[in-house]
Each structure stands twice: as structure tokens, then as C-alpha cells.
Design a protein around this ligand. Structure first.
Ligand SMILES: [Zn+2]
Length: 120
């Protein structure tokens, strides 16, 4: 079991969370502005709807990441001994992976398995 610096990961998670909350705020504002614009012809309509489709996809991804970050913060508070442990196989997720993605729930090999399942 690795000795993880939980304070460090809490700071990382918290600043990533702030960043996402701000991004979502900006995205939601720009979508509201788009929706309030008058659409003059079919060309404009097509470009507005494809833009908002992209925005909605980004929002969905960011909201998902936000949920995972909040889950990781709760885990650090309530079950700090579970933080950094793969939820599937119980192995250490590993510092390099946690540095890149502190809200990671699975180690790299289990993550690959989970993603294959989802894509099927
Ligand atoms: Zn694993």
C-alpha cells in the first residue's frame, strides 16, 4: 500500500472542480445566448444547432467528470484508506495515474476492461 499525500490530492481535486464549475457556467451562458438569438435562415439554424450539439457533449463530459471528482473528495473524507485503490481489483492505482487523474476509480488495466464493456 502506497503512502499517498491526501492533502495534495484534495488540492488537485478541488482546483479541478473549480475549473469545471467555471467552464460549465461559461458553456451554459453561451448556450443561453445562442438560444435567445433569432435564427434568420436555414444556414444559420444548421450552424447554431451543430454548435450547441458540441456544447452539450462537452457539458455532459464535464458533468460526468465533476461527479467523479465529487465522489473522490467524499471518498477522501469518509474512507481515506480507499483512495488510490482500484474499485475493481483492489490494487494501487499508482501515483503517476493519480497525478494525471486524481479522481481515477480504476487502475489502468481495469479501466481498459470497463471501457471495453461500455463500448460493447
Ligand atoms: Zn484494477
Amino acid at each position: 500500500l502506497e503512502d499517498l499525500n491526501l492533502e495534495h490530492y484534495t488540492t488537485l481535486l478541488q482546483s479541478r472542480k473549480d475549473e469545471i464549475v467555471e467552464n460549465l457556467d461559461t458553456l451554459n451562458k453561451s448556450i443561453n445566448e445562442l438560444q435567445s438569438l433569432e435564427v434568420n435562415d436555414e444556414g444559420d439554424f444548421a450552424s447554431v444547432s451543430s454548435d450547441s450539439y458540441t456544447d452539450n457533449t462537452i457539458i455532459a463530459y464535464q458533468e460526468e467528470e465533476l461527479r467523479e471528482i465529487e465522489g473522490a473528495l467524499i471518498k477522501i473524507t469518509k474512507n481515506p484508506e480507499d483512495f488510490g485503490i482500484c474499485e475493481m481489483c483492489g490494487e494501487d492505482i499508482g501515483v503517476p495515474r493519480l497525478e494525471a487523474k486524481p479522481h481515477a476509480r480504476y487502475c489502468r488495466s481495469c479501466r481498459d476492461l470497463v471501457e471495453k464493456e461500455i463500448n460493447h
